[in-house]
Design a protein around this ligand. Structure first.
Ligand SMILES: [Mn+2]
Length: 338
């Protein structure tokens, strides 16, 4: 639980809000940030003239798009000219030093669960409310605790958003999350719309990706150690490669998969493994000499300029040869990998 003095401080701070203020909550949109911004909007309801949610990034992931659409999250793109329309700024699930677009904004409210800011970061002004607590698995958890202690019952859409925020940041409690997150999960679950939640969870692919899937199946080649290699040509975004790689992790008996594509003038290879071997090390061993490569046990990524592929060799053949021949024992020590 959030210690009660913080809740008291937050309540007092909220009581001091001016109803004529025009608030902007800035986010780097992902499920946790979107849900947290929606919760903040609810907390500010009737306490401010308005609160708009503005994102500094493009939203491309299918589940994020589904979340915005199905939960009707009113998020708009940020541009610096828009700042004149607001009197106050908040930031959730990020801190001002995380992005240069946040840097010059005079934030009055910061709520985040990422690591504490470095010593030399701009300090939070005394009149602002800053709550940065890395012991929470998600900012959505913090927002759920604030809602609960303010006795605000979330609508089904808000509860669903916060559940999906916690689910994403903790990888369904597989890669993080503790008691606080679980307690928030249990509380939110009572209010959520589980049909909507299921629909968002299942939105893993974009319709426009389907031709690439057909190409992926045709390009499938076996690799050593129960792995497969899938090669695509030019793709709009690496999200598609991630989507395809994640799909193949669900095929029983495939131990690992590498999916490559060309994004702009770079070759991107996404690796996924079942944890039986360190797939990040394989990525590093295969491609460290041509670009950036690395990852961890179950996920890896390599990216290098297309120009690194010799002119008379197809990128797919270049990659396959390396996947087949690089030996793990040549891997550099972990701390030096990209
Ligand atoms: Mn987060």
């Amino acid at each position: 639980m959030i210690s009660s003095d913080y809740v008291t401080r937050f309540r007092q701070w909220r009581n001091g809000l001016d109803k004529t203020d025009r608030w902007c909550v800035m986010i780097n949109a992902d499920p946790d940030a979107l849900a947290s911004a929606l919760a903040l909007k609810r907390i500010f309801h009737n306490r401010a003239h308005s609160m708009e949610i503005l994102r500094i990034n493009e939203v491309t992931r299918p589940d994020n798009l589904a979340m915005i659409r199905d939960l009707r999250i009113p998020v708009k793109p940020w541009s610096p000219e828009k700042s004149a329309a607001f009197s106050h700024f908040a930031i959730v699930d990020s801190q001002p030093h995380h992005n240069r677009l946040f840097e010059d904004i005079p934030f009055s409210l910061v709520i985040d669960h990422h690591p504490l800011p470095p010593e030399d970061a701009r300090p939070c002004p005394p009149e602002a409310f800053c709550f940065v607590r890395p012991e929470f698995g998600a900012t959505s958890t913090i927002m759920a605790h604030f809602l609960n202690s303010l006795r605000i019952r979330p609508t089904p859409r808000l509860a669903t958003a916060l559940l999906y925020g916690i689910r994403t940041d903790t990888a369904t409690f597989e890669r993080g999350g503790g008691d606080k997150d679980l307690r928030a999960w249990q509380w939110l679950f009572r209010f959520a719309d589980l049909n909507l939640l299921r629909r968002i969870i299942r939105s893993e692919y974009l319709r426009e990706w389907l031709p690439a899937f057909s190409q992926a199946f045709r390009s499938l080649r076996d690799c050593r150690g129960g792995g497969v290699y899938v090669s695509l040509h030019h793709v709009k975004s690496a999200d598609l490669l991630v989507g395809i790689a994640d799909f193949f992790t669900k095929v029983q008996d495939l131990r690992w998969v590498a999916v490559s594509g060309i994004v702009d003038k770079n070759v991107v290879v996404i690796f996924r493994g079942d944890g039986g071997r360190d797939i990040g090390r394989l990525a590093d061993a295969c491609f460290h000499d041509v670009g950036t490569a690395g990852g961890h046990k179950m996920m890896g990524r390599a990216e290098f300029p297309l120009a690194a592929v010799p002119q008379d060799v197809k990128p797919a053949d270049f990659i396959l040869l390396r996947l087949q021949n690089r030996k793990l024992r040549h891997v550099r020590p972990r701390d030096q990998s990209a």
